[in-house]
Write a protein that binds this ligand. Structure first.
Ligand code: SF4
Length: 393
């Protein structure tokens, strides 16, 4: 499969942002070893990448993945049309991993494969690269709805630009982040000076990473996907220190009383304190709670926590065969109308059954599903979330 990395123990482009923020995180992850991860989102994203790289056909993946792949491809085609200049036809390369290698104190970039000569410093895999003469267009697909820095401030794309420029002798590289569910692609252009600067920044970050000790850990939102997050003392300390503002441990009484006191304390905080919580505590809290739950459950499971035990909760019962349920209920006079009034179907489920029945996909499937849904959907009440000015779309 195209996602296999022959150098999983070396820093990579997908981790560049975290390594920049927390120089020790790569070593901390190696020390943490394998930790259980929820791979549901990653698996869905992989299907989209597999369609885009021709490893799978759109018919082999869910309707959602096929539609996302088609949207990504549409954006990529547009980016290519805008970027290419008259003359030679650009060469296209898909899903290749390159390695930055130190051979006799000289830095080279080669295709990553096991058994390389020299010391591998860093690797990075791109999704799509077009080369026309000394110019490059590098496209990174983000198939899901997650938050990613735009191309101009994206260390993953910056480091990939360095790798492809060095490997192919390019003098300029346009990097583009395609995330169709979040809007139009964002792009950034690296000329010769920009590439030289990006390379020296990357080499500095890699040197910082090599020289980092556990004291160089720095916690923040980047901890979200760090494998060391379950055991990292720096992350724990930061969360507790940020929570000190409202000092929940000093509140007595029952849970209702504690909740009202916390609310009252929040209401008294100054604007800078509220901004501090918005930017530091809120984002890190979910990481803290999830990490705590996983570590605590493990300790209880191992019998290390006196007074606690695991209690099995039975799963929710649901009807697995609606057709049979209706046939059996109809015998007792339940009408189809009364029955379907109580049923609901997700938009994704509807998309899938329409796709199976009609064999349509992409735009044609989207149009047909829209027709079927005409006038029969409700949109919930709009909600508001606080965002920084500048991130409003
Ligand atoms: S959890 Fe955060 S602070 Fe700890 S090593 Fe990972 S990135 Fe660094």
């Amino acid at each position: 499969m195209s996602y296999e990395n022959p150098f999983p123990d070396k820093p990579s482009a997908s981790k560049a942002f975290r390594i920049m923020e927390c120089h020790s995180s790569h070593k901390a992850e190696l020390a943490a070893g394998d930790v259980p991860e929820d791979t549901k989102d990653a698996d869905a994203g992989q299907d989209v990448h597999a369609v885009l790289s021709d490893d799978l056909s759109a018919d082999d993946v869910s309707a959602d993945a096929a539609q996302t792949a088609e949207m990504c491809q549409r954006d990529a085609d547009k980016l290519l049309a805008e970027w290419q200049v008259e003359g030679s036809i650009p060469d296209g390369l898909k899903e290749l991993r390159y390695a930055l290698v130190d051979i006799g104190h000289k830095i080279h970039v080669v295709t990553a494969r096991k058994g390389l000569l020299g010391n591998v410093l860093f690797t990075g895999q791109f999704d799509l690269l077009y080369i026309q003469g000394k110019r490059g267009l590098l496209i990174d697909f983000k198939a899901l709805h997650g938050k990613h820095p735009s191309a101009i401030e994206n260390p993953q794309l910056m480091s990939l630009a360095v790798l492809v420029a060095k490997k192919h002798g390019l003098e300029s590289v346009r990097v583009a982040l395609v995330q169709p569910w979040k809007g139009k692609p964002t792009v950034a252009d690296f000329g010769a000076d920009g590439l030289a600067l990006a390379e020296s920044l990357l080499l500095q970050v890699l040197a910082d990473e090599r020289n980092a000790s556990p004291d160089d850990r720095k916690a923040g939102e980047h901890c979200k996907y760090c494998k060391a997050r379950f055991t990292c003392q720096t992350l724990r300390d930061k969360t507790i220190q940020d929570l000190d503002l409202i000092r929940p441990e000093t509140i007595g009484g029952d849970a209702n009383h504690q909740a009202s006191v916390i609310f009252a304390r929040m209401a008294e905080l100054s604007i800078p304190q509220l901004i501090h919580i918005q930017e530091n505590v809120r984002q890190i809290m979910s990481v803290f709670l999830a990490s705590h739950a996983a570590v605590f459950k493990q300790a209880v499971e191992n019998g290390e926590v006196p007074g606690y035990a695991l209690k099995e909760k039975s799963g929710r019962r649901k009807v697995s065969d609606v057709g049979v349920a209706f046939a059996r209920a109809a015998v007792h006079g339940v009408t189809a109308e009364a029955f379907t009034n109580k049923c609901s179907i997700s938009l994704k489920g509807l998309n899938e059954v329409v796709k199976d029945a009609t064999k349509k996909k992409g735009k044609a499937l989207e149009v047909l599903t829209d027709e079927i849904l005409q006038g029969i959907t409700d949109t919930g009440k709009a909600t508001f979330e606080v965002v920084r000015v500048g991130s409003l779309e």
